[in-house]
Structure formats: structure tokens, C-alpha cells
Design a protein around this ligand. Structure first.
Ligand code: UT7
Length: 414
């Protein structure tokens, strides 16, 4: 039977620390006026020292699960869209999986920059439609303040930190994610990039001195690209969902620049009341921007049952993505009772204790040699063709390697 991927939970997290345009104008050659008129941003949030992408992703995911009334053990997949993971690896999604106590979930990170959340929704809903998952948590989370160059006025004032999450659940009734459109144009990759720290230019003292571990952007080029793809991708997604632009109740665009959003709105011929923006408060939070905006739109009563909502994003890659969802939850949403939240607190305490016990077990296993203790293979005599292959000779001790290969030949093979 066909399954539909419904959004049944939503949550956001924003760090407490507010950084205003005036704060930024004190440390670099810019002004509140320039930032506001060119971008629409008036302040943004920066993570505290002890916060990171995983801690913010976790907070957003917990809230989303609470609202969905879904227990972490029922999650099949956790996708974290981010360009600022806690580590190059392991995946931030795996850290979230552990902290949630999502013992049956697989977890991976997805790097499609500001379009990442739409990519994540697309992957998650495809798994549900294919019947390979029942519950998928899709998170967009970023700590962009850690990759901003305080000497670069072309990027520093534009970005902020935060996280947003949704829970997708398989349902039999039509609705939820109706269509997704994804795209990429890697020929524009150099226009929005962190040039250092990867396999191409590994971190050295010199790369750090040259600030290659910070974000670099050709703003004008990205602007041109964004105004080309935003409206187009959104319109394609609407068409793919079998809808008309008039059917759209709300557009939740990537919050990068108010002028880019305005251009998309005009291309889609939508009224101003049909577009949700919050970039004045948070700046551009890349993969987190769409889910944070979506959560706020719900909180502000801008999303009602059966509404068709379009989300559209673009970013480094270059990438883009758009989706149409039908909102299936009866609004207004009833906040959880205090006892429910208390119960959840206990669930996450248990997850923490479980994680600590697993670490302890690993530590003890290191101290006490067990039956499955790793033992190096005994060196064998080289096979008669002179090739020494310890694993093969171990598994087929009486059979020379050459003979095994010969029996694998087709009857008339040459
Ligand atoms: O999520 C995707 C990520 N990125 C984006 O979406 C960014 C897309 N691009 C943009 O939003 C805009 O291109 C910017 C906001 C980055 C820049 O706005 P713009 O209107 O395209 O400005 P510009 O780059 O053409 O620069 C205009 C002037 C330049 O001075 P000159 O060359 O005209 O003398 C810049 O040096 O503004 C100058 N400028 C600034 N002045 C004060 C650039 N940054 C600043 C600043 N404060 N922070």
C-alpha cells in the first residue's frame, strides 16, 4: 500500500546570544544601515562556546519528537543537513542518535548547504514512500559563526547559528510531502566555499594563516544564481505536486537576503502576506534557515490544516531544492502537559546513562581480553605462485591460491 510522508512534529533551537548589526559595526568597517538595506538582517544568534551543531540539532529534534508524541526508539533514520558538523566525522547525526537514545535508527549527515533541509526532506520522504522507514527525523543545523572570518565584511554580518527539525511519519492518508525538486551546478562551487581543511588543501599552519578554514563568498555571483533558481524551482515543485500557484497558502524560502526572497515572490506572483520571513532576527542560518522559519510560521499560526506550503532553498554547491507539503495537523496545536514533558526528561536521562554504559563496556572490553579478541594471523608460507595473501591462505589452507582462481574460470574461458 502507498505510504505518505507526513510532518507530524517540528522544533527549533536558537542560541541565546544575540549579535546586533551595531555590535558588528564595532568590530569591522560596516554599518547597521548597510546590512539592513542590502540584506534585511538586523540581528542574528551566535552559539555559546559550549554549544555546537549537535547540541542545537538535539534540542530541535527533542522538541519535534515531543510534538509528534513519538519515542526515540521508533525512529528509523536521522538525517542532519549541515555544512558545519561537529567533526569531519563521525557524523553529527550519529551524535544526535546517541543522545536521543534512538537505538533503532540509522544516521547520516547530508551536505547540500542551504538547500540541505530540502534534500533531507526528499531523502526521508522517499524512504517512507518506498516502505523502508516509518519514522524519519530531518534536521537542519548550523554553527556558522565558527567558520566566519571576522576580517571579512562580505560574509561575517550575513550568517547566524541555529537548528530546526521535523519528524516525518508514514501514513496511509494522502498529504505530507507532495513533491520535491532538487538540483546542483558544481561549476559554481568556488563562489561559496571553505577552501581549506579538506583532502584537496589539508590544514597546515599556512592554510590557517591564510584564513582558508573560513567561508569565502562571491556575493554577487551567488545572488545572481539565487534569483535565477528560487522562483523556478518553487514553480516546478508546485507543478509536480499537481497544483496551481493560487493553491499555495505560504512560501517559506531560505532566509538569505530579503531582496532574493522578494524576487522569488514576484516570480511566483504571490502576495506579500503569503511569504514568511524571519531573517531580520536570525540572519542566514544555511541548512537551518528553512526549518527554523517553518517552525516559526507554525508557531505564529500561519500554517493551517490542509494548507499547501512551498519551501525553497539554494546554496553552496551550487545546489537548490524546493518542496510542496500539505499540512495535516489540526491547529491550533495543544501544548504537551507538564507530566508528559517530565516523562520525556526521564527518557533522555536514560539515553544518557545508556550511552555512558556503552562507553564503559568498551573500556572494560579493552582491559579484559575476551574470546573475540583480535589476534594477528599467523604468517604462512608463500603460495606456490609466489603471491602471499594471508587471508585467502588462512580460509583455504589446503588450496593454493592459483588453483582457486582457475576453478573460477568459465568452462571455455581463456
Ligand atoms: O545561503 C546562500 C548564501 N549567500 C547568499 O545568499 C548571498 C547572496 N548575495 C547577497 O546577498 C548580496 O550579494 C550581498 C548581501 C552579499 C552583497 O550585497 P550587494 O548589493 O550584492 O553588494 P556588493 O557585493 O555589490 O557590494 C556593494 C558594495 C561594495 O563596495 P564597492 O565595491 O561598491 O565600493 C562592497 O565592498 O558594498 C561593499 N560592502 C559592504 N559595505 C559595508 C560589502 N560588504 C559590506 C558590508 N558593509 N558588510
Amino acid at each position: 500500500m502507498v505510504k505518505y510522508a507526513h510532518i507530524v512534529g517540528w522544533g527549533k533551537y536558537l542560541p541565546e546570544k544575540v549579535v546586533t548589526n551595531f555590535d558588528i559595526a564595532e568590530i569591522m568597517d560596516t554599518s547597521d544601515e548597510w546590512i539592513r538595506t542590502r540584506t534585511g538582517i538586523s540581528h542574528r544568534r551566535f552559539a555559546e562556546e559550549e554549544e555546537s551543531t549537535s547540541t542545537m540539532a538535539l534540542a530541535a529534534a527533542r522538541l519535534a519528537l515531543d510534538r509528534a508524541r513519538i519515542s526515540p526508539i521508533d525512529i528509523d533514520m536521522i538525517i542532519v543537513a549541515t555544512i558545519t558538523p561537529d567533526y569531519p566525522f563521525p557524523a553529527t547525526a550519529a551524535l544526535v542518535q546517541d543522545a536521543l537514545g534512538a537505538t533503532h535508527a540509522a544516521a547520516y549527515d547530508l551536505n547540500a548547504a542551504c538547500a540541505g533541509f530540502i534534500y533531507g526532506l526528499s531523502m526521508g520522504s522517499a524512504m517512507i514512500e518506498a516502505g523502508t522507514a516509518k519514522v524519519v527525523v530531518v534536521i537542519g543545523a548550523e554553527t556558522l559563526s565558527r567558520i566566519l572570518d571576522v576580517e571579512e565584511r562580505g560574509t561575517y554580518p550575513l550568517f547566524g547559528d541555529g537548528a530546526g527539525a521535523v519528524v516525518l511519519q508514514a501514513k496511509d492518508t494522502p498529504g505530507g510531502v507532495m513533491s520535491t525538486v532538487l538540483g546542483a551546478d558544481g561549476s559554481g562551487g568556488e563562489h561559496l566555499i571553505v577552501p581549506g581543511g579538506g583532502s584537496k588543501t589539508p590544514t597546515t599552519r599556512q592554510t590557517v594563516d591564510e584564513h582558508l578554514h573560513f567561508m569565502r563568498m562571491n556575493g554577487r555571483e551567488v545572488y545572481r544564481f539565487a534569483t535565477r533558481v528560487m522562483g523556478k524551482a518553487a514553480k516546478e515543485a508546485v507543478e509536480k505536486a499537481g497544483l496551481e500557484l493560487d493553491d499555495i497558502s505560504l512560501l517559506v524560502p531560505h532566509q538569505a537576503n530579503i531582496r532574493i526572497i522578494e524576487s522569488a515572490r514576484k516570480q511566483m506572483k504571490l502576495g506579500k502576506d503569503k511569504v514568511f520571513t524571519n531573517l531580520d532576527r536570525y540572519g542566514n542560518t544555511s541548512a537551518a534557515s528553512i526549518p527554523i522559519a517553518f517552525c516559526e510560521a507554525i508557531e505564529e499560526g500561519r500554517v493551517n490544516t490542509k494548507d499547501k506550503v512551498v519551501m525553497v532553498g539554494f546554496g553552496a554547491g551550487l545546489t537548490w531544492g524546493a518542496t510542496v507539503i500539505e499540512w495535516g495537523i489540526t491547529m491550533p496545536y495543544q501544548r504537551r502537559q507538564w507530566w508528559y514533558r517530565g516523562l520525556r526528561w526521564l527518557v533522555y536521562r536514560r539515553a544518557r546513562i545508556r550511552s555512558m554504559l556503552l562507553r564503559l563496556t568498551r573500556w572494560l572490553e579493552d582491559l579484559i581480553p575476551g574470546e573475540d579478541e583480535y589476534e594477528p594471523l599467523e604468517p604462512k608460507e608463500p603460495a606456490n605462485n609466489g603471491t602471499h595473501h594471508p587471508q585467502l591462505t588462512q580460509e583455504t589452507p589446503d588450496k593454493p591460491v592459483k588453483e582457486t582462481l582457475e576453478t573460477d574460470q568459465p568452462p571455455n574461458g581463456k
